[in-house]
Design a protein around this ligand. Structure first.
Ligand code: COA
Ligand code: AMP
Length: 624
């Protein structure tokens, strides 16, 4: 099968195509209906199918004879430890933890928040929720208490699962005080809080609510997978939008399992027994799809790495992991390799390790800049494959479909639309843009299986954000173009979302925090170009009349506020006091122009600007 005919079939004979893919997973009751329209081109996948996602990930592999194969390898340079689980062992742990949750009254449809570092218990907790039909919502460990509180408020979890600490390069981060603070801030209180105690920091336990992971595991009865409808939610994953309130992306069980299984072959050409490593974090969609679910659906061995690309202990860390575990497929964000390249420009570290097991390197999460692509290509001699996707889609919208046909790579392009995604470049009114010209990247509805169903608790927001802007299409929020050969080039967000070291963040959210400082009259935050992190946020602030505060002191306070409310990962380190902000006559802040000025790019003075001289003032300040 070649790519073009596979792609055409996925669009022209959609139901037949996905029905075939659905047969690649184990169902409790196989679906008869493939896709059912709801409204406006949106719909449900496999609505009458019944399955259990944990069964597909674990038990199905045991049934297929892979019980003694390694399912998960935990590699932790920050604690100097490694541990692996076979499919038999992982299933037993997961079933036991599922039983422990069940014994606390947690079952189908209940929400469970998981706020954990990169330890196997995070994956075990996710799979255990799936086993009993509970909906997990993993919150990235780098988020501060306030962010966690917002998610507790929205998801209303019955239980929260955490660990006593996470370990960063220079410090141990105690999680429990953050969890306690978040629960205190939220009006919703989970009944149960399960804590995995780590020796690097012991958590104080609250009687009645807090339970020790090991204690409840010791007395637990293993639980069997419960049947759930394909359309029942598997998880909620919060992601940044343009407003201060994150969106809870809801993913189903059936479409997710079918799509991820298909993607493991299509995008990565992963086969049972392959060692697959996504160097990311379970708190992000990459971690959900390709540390936990995808590799297990495909019978691979997945690696869960608690460390960084550099400084744990050096820029050879990735190559060391590849060698130690015989990694075949590696997936990470370009920023990780930018960090490696900065510390080891000639890739001397690569020479120290035997990385012959490695077949391909995959990158996503942000634009793969051509210098990073070239560096990797030159030093590894391997195919370096960019692919473009989002939390909302859960798997690649565009990729090099190596599982079907390896296509020529074009630096700067995520290659071609994955089968199932009818990608088009359009104007906001839905009219087509000619090949080579930039526009909004949109996907003609319906979306393929595995994509978001709705926004948790706010279907209106889902429609307003994704379906209403361009009728008949899913609006991706990214801009770009398709060239004459059908290659898709993603040029960046067209909204106020920024990407800092592969972490998706909202400038709107940072603006809310900055604006809450008593001395601030008005502010705006833009994402400026950064060599290593891709983008970093920069604040422009206007001080209230009469407020007297030293500018450096104010900057320090604002930086601390963003760290405290959002987290250190926001990397908000600069707040510049300005006399005025450039606005249109209708009062809209001209963020795009500010960003261009910050990046030292040429800009055209918008005709709608209220007072063009402000732009010169701001340029002057950036130059200083
Ligand atoms: N828990 C708590 N704090 C965290 C954290 C976590 N899980 N992850 C990061 N932080 C903190 C860091 O300690 C740092 O704090 P500091 O300002 O006090 O030093 C801050 O957040 C910024 O973190 P980061 O941007 O990760 O900087 P870094 O210097 O530690 O590492 C990279 C830089 C490029 C090596 C790192 O960002 C990286 O590996 N990125 C890959 C991105 C990725 O995996 N993205 C997922 C999508 S594929
Ligand atoms: P997230 O939801 O955190 O995965 O972030 C999704 C956003 O990251 C997308 O909307 C893009 O802006 C950006 N992104 C992800 N992958 C790529 C890629 N391969 N090329 C360009 N941008 C990307």
């Amino acid at each position: 099968m070649d790519y073009n005919s596979e792609f055409r079939r996925s669009i022209d004979q959609r139901d037949e195509f996905w029905s075939e893919q659905a047969r690649q997973i184990d169902w409790i009751k196989a679906p008869e209906t493939v896709w059912q329209a709801k409204d406006n081109g949106h719909g449900d996948w496999f609505p009458d199918g019944v399955l259990n996602t944990c069964d597909v990930a674990l038990d199905a592999n045991i049934r297929a004879g892979r019980g003694d194969q390694k399912a998960l390898i935990y590699d932790s340079p920050v604690t100097n430890s490694q541990h692996s689980y076979t499919y038999n062992e992982l299933t037993e742990e997961v079933a036991r933890f599922a039983g422990a949750l069940k014994a606390r009254g947690i079952g189908k449809g209940d929400r469970v928040i998981i706020y954990m570092p990169m330890i196997p218990q995070a994956a075990i907790a996710m799979l255990a929720c799936a086993r009993i039909g509970a909906i997990h919502s993993v919150v990235f460990g780098g988020f501060a208490a306030h962010e966690l509180a917002v998610r507790i408020e929205d998801a209303q979890p019955k239980a929260l699962i955490t660990a006593s600490c996470g370990i960063e390069v220079t410090r141990v981060i105690e999680y429990k005080p953050l969890v306690d603070k978040a629960i205190e801030q939220s009006s919703h209180k989970p009944d149960t809080c399960v804590v995995f105690q780590r020796p690097q920091a012991r958590a104080d336990m609250q009687t009645g609510r807090d339970l020790d992971w090991n204690d409840i595991m010791a007395s637990a009865e293993p639980a069997d997978p419960v049947p759930v409808k394909a359309t029942d939610p598997l998880y909620i994953l919060y992601t940044s939008g343009t407003t201060g309130k994150p969106k809870g992306v809801v993913r189903d069980n059936g479409g997710h399992a079918v799509a991820l299984k298909y993607s493991m072959k299509l995008v990565y050409d992963a086969n049972p027994g392959d060692v697959y490593w996504a160097a990311s974090d379970v708190g992000w969609v990459v971690g959900h799809s390709y540390i936990v679910y995808g590799p297990l659906f495909a019978g691979c061995t997945t690696i869960l790495y608690e460390g960084k690309p550099v400084k744990t202990p050096d820029a050879g860390a990735f190559w060391r992991v590849v060698q130690d575990h015989g990694v075949n497929l590696l997936f990470t964000a370009p920023t990780a390799f930018r960090a490696v390249r900065k510390e080891d420009p000639e890739a001397d570290q690569l020479e120290k390790y035997d990385v012959r097991s490695l077949k391909r390197i995959f990158l996503a999460g942000e634009r793969l800049d051509p210098p990073t692509y070239e560096w990797l290509r030159e030093h590894t001699g391997l195919p370096i494959l960019d692919h473009w996707w989002q939390t909302e889609t859960g798997w690649a919208i565009c990729c090099n479909p190596v599982g079907i046909e390896m296509m020529e790579t074009k630096p700067g392009s995520a290659t071609v639309p994955s089968p199932g995604y009818n990608v088009q470049i359009v104007e906001m009114d839905g009219s087509q843009v000619p090949a080579g010209s930039q526009g909004q990247i949109a996907v003609k509805l319906p979306l393929p299986p595995g994509c978001m169903q709705t926004v948790w608790g706010d279907d209106d927001r889902f429609r307003r954000t994704y379906l209403d802007p361009i009728p008949g299409y899913y609006s991706s929020g990214d801009g770009g173009y398709i060239d004459d050969d059908g290659y898709v080039f993603v040029m960046g967000r067209t909204d106020d979302v920024i990407n800092v070291a592969g972490h998706r963040l909202s400038t709107g959210e940072m603006e809310e925090v900055v604006a809450s400082h008593p001395a601030i009259a008005e502010c705006c935050v833009v994402g400026a170009h950064d060599e290593m992190r891709g983008q970093i946020p920069i604040g422009l602030v206007l001080i209230k009349d009469g407020a007297t505060i030293d500018h450096d002191e104010l900057e320090e306070e604002l930086v601390e506020m963003v760290r405290d409310k959002i987290g250190a990962i926001a990397c908000f380190r600069r707040a510049m006091v300005v006399e005025r902000l450039p606005k249109t006559r209708s009062g809209k802040i001209l963020r795009r122009v500010i960003r261009q000025i910050a990046d030292g790019e040429e800009y055209t003075v918008p005709s709608t600007i209220d007072d063009p001289s402000i732009l010169e003032e701001i340029s002057e300040q950036f130059r200083r």
